[in-house]
Write a protein that binds this ligand. Structure first.
Ligand SMILES: [Zn+2]
Length: 290
């Protein structure tokens, strides 16, 4: 490694970065690189029993458990859940935060998404991207010398469909990715199953609960049963769900890893934002050395 890479993952909610990019974050951190997750809102909206204030406080604690586990920084802003807007004040706040961390590479979601916070988070990063190098915008925070590369997380939305340009093997960190996800207790064991109508299937025991999170587990041969894929059984972060990018973008994995790409079970995949620095072959070798 010539120098540590600075990677910044920007999500709307406290768990977006973990779900879409947690494996890659673990790989960066393990290799000695600097990773920061930023959640633009506080997550207070997502619970069926707790008060908004209590949910926000709990979400913050959960993110700090992730930070300790993964060896990364995890910032959560105080903007209310479900109320993120791409306004000028938030744009300035984001430009300052990005300039301060000074990332080589940024990850965020695409603007095509069901959740207004996700859409606006993406828009805010787009709005900030060029301004990062404009010295007279937010002159109190020194402008960056060059644009970072900006990649978009995988999603399954169809208008327009996601096209993976980069696929990274995360088989070596999948256990810890699940540990990261399990830190978000109020989400993965409470709120998300509540929204899916599966709350009564969540075990009490921590080990049983951790196993439940991964189910249905992916068979060793990596082949998934399409009928299960269509059902609510696959939850939000089951191994079935986690396996989809590797199955969908197998060609990309083979391009990157050769023969080995055929048997990779779990991958995280990304597309390139045309508003950041171009992801040249050289930049890809340098910034995604996995
Ligand atoms: Zn979210």
């Amino acid at each position: 490694m010539n120098r540590p890479i600075r990677a910044m993952m920007i999500g709307a909610h406290p768990d977006d970065c973990d779900i879409r990019c947690g494996g890659l974050a673990l790989k960066y951190a393990r290799a000695g690189h600097q990773v920061k997750f930023l959640s633009l809102v506080d997550g207070r909206g997502g619970h069926h029993e707790m008060s908004p204030e209590d949910v926000a406080a709990r979400r913050l604690k959960e993110t700090q458990a992730v930070a300790r586990l993964a060896g990364i920084e995890y910032d959560v802003w105080d903007i209310f859940d479900c109320e993120l807007t791409a306004d000028i004040e938030t744009r300035k706040r984001l430009v300052r935060a990005i300039r301060e961390f000074n990332p080589d590479i940024i990850f965020c979601c695409r603007p095509n998404d069901y959740h207004p916070d996700h859409r606006n988070a993406s828009l805010l990063v787009q709005d900030a991207s060029y301004l990062l190098i404009v010295p007279n915008f937010c002159p109190d925070a020194p402008a960056m010398k060059k644009l970072p590369v900006i990649l978009h997380f995988y999603d399954g939305f169809k208008n327009p469909p996601f096209e993976a340009e980069v696929a990274v093997d995360i088989d070596d960190v999948i256990e810890d990715k699940y540990r990261m996800l399990a830190c978000h207790e109020s989400q993965v064991f409470e709120w998300l199953p509540y929204t899916l109508g599966t709350l009564d299937t969540v075990p009490e025991d921590p080990d049983a609960r951790f196993e439940w999170l991964r189910q249905p587990r992916l068979p060793e041969d990596g082949q998934i049963d399409e009928s299960i894929l269509q059902s609510k059984q696959i939850g939000v972060v089951s191994e079935y769900r986690e396996a989809i990018p590797a199955i969908k973008y197998r060609k990309k994995l083979i391009e990157r890893y050769g023969e080995r790409g055929k048997s990779i079970r779990f991958a995280e995949v990304f597309s390139v934002s045309e508003y950041g620095a171009p992801l040249t072959e050289e930049a890809e070798r340098e910034l995604l050395p996995f």
